[in-house]
Design a protein around this ligand. Structure first.
Ligand code: NAD
Ligand code: 0WE
Length: 268
């Protein structure tokens, strides 16, 4: 039996068929959800228009999360079309390139920090605030995507790591705020996946190789695997789970080195 029958869910962050949002969308559709979609500004519109039919189609709206009027417009429209919302998936992240490469402090600037915080962390709370009246009393569920760099200092992730730490705190405060209205708020911390956001990062292929070698399942993870966990969290099967960060990373974050030899090179 499908687990999201009769659920209306807003899916953000679709950009390509490799997007984590695309893997999530496939699982949500398979489980019976009715979807609506957003894109980040006019230049991205046609991309989402091409992908949405594969996810069962539905409303497609512009929502650059730096524009409050666009956020308000999306939920006003969903109020008219659906009357209420059962779920919101936030799959959005961005930091200026120079702030997610090389030395952390070398790449740091007030403006890149604020951009990363605005788009990658503030926006999730902004969606919660705008969607709140439409979700109230429906056992609704909100979900965001995060990364291990929120809780560990990892090479190059830098400014994004700080934004993800704020995003994870956001999950907990939003869970506290929306819980009394029946709305749950959770995050998935996904292992590395070669999406468009990742393709532009120097050394990403090497990172994928090292990740596969060092996690218990000895392979990479897929957006479809993230999608299955997302479908569970959006469903009533997860009715007692809120304020959580679930790791979908083949167990990587739970290992000390993950390497059979403990990571010691033969010469050392
Ligand atoms: P992606 O490039 O497919 O998606 C990123 C999305 O962010 C795009 O749809 C883009 O339009 C959107 N976006 C950027 N700026 C925006 C704005 N101002 N307003 C609205 N939307 C905006 O890449 P992805 O890897 O699928 O990323 C989705 C989420 O997953 C991000 O939060 C990312 O940090 C997170 N994540 C990715 C990985 C990975 O390795 N790919 C791992 C863990 C978490
Ligand atoms: O969250 C992310 C990446 C998000 C991202 C990607 C880009 C590339 C293009 C945010 N901003 C930008 N800005 C751009 O100009 N991930 C979890 C994937 C990722 O990104 C890394 C990683 C991993 C993993 C960056 C450095 C090191 C590891």
């Amino acid at each position: 039996m499908p687990i999201l029958q009769d659920k209306t869910i807003l899916l953000t962050g679709l950009l390509s068929n490799r997007s984590i949002a695309f893997g999530i969308g496939k699982a949500l559709k398979r489980e019976g959800a009715t979807l609506a979609f957003t894109y980040a500004g006019e230049a991205m519109k046609s991309r989402v228009e091409k992908l949405a039919p594969e996810l069962g189609g539905g409303l497609i709206m512009s929502m650059d999360v730096t524009q409050q009027d666009e956020i308000d417009g999306v939920f006003a429209k969903l109020g008219r079309e659906w009357g209420g919302i059962d779920g919101v998936v936030h799959s959005i992240g961005y930091a200026p390139r120079e702030s997610i490469a090389g030395d952390f402090l070398d790449g740091l600037s007030r403006s890149s920090f604020m951009t990363a915080m605005d788009i990658s962390a503030y926006s999730f709370a902004a969606l919660g605030k705008a969607a709140r009246p439409l979700m109230k009393g429906r056992n609704a569920s909100m979900l965001t995507l995060t990364y291990l760099g929120a809780v560990r200092a990892l090479p190059n992730y830098n400014t994004m790591g700080i934004a993800k730490a704020a995003l994870e705190a956001n999950v907990r405060y939003m869970a506290a705020s929306l819980g009394p209205e029946g709305t749950r708020v959770n995050g998935i911390s996904a292992g590395p996946i070669k999406t468009l956001a990742a393709a532009g990062i120097a050394g990403f292929s090497t990172m994928l190789k090292n990740f596969a070698a060092a996690n218990p399942l000895r392979r990479n993870i897929t957006a479809d695997e993230v999608g299955n966990v997302a479908a569970f969290l959006m469903s009533d099967w997860a009715s007692a789970m809120t304020g959580e960060i679930l790791y979908v990373d083949n167990g990587f974050s739970q290992m000390a080195t993950g390497l059979d030899d403990g990571g010691v090179k033969p010469s050392e």
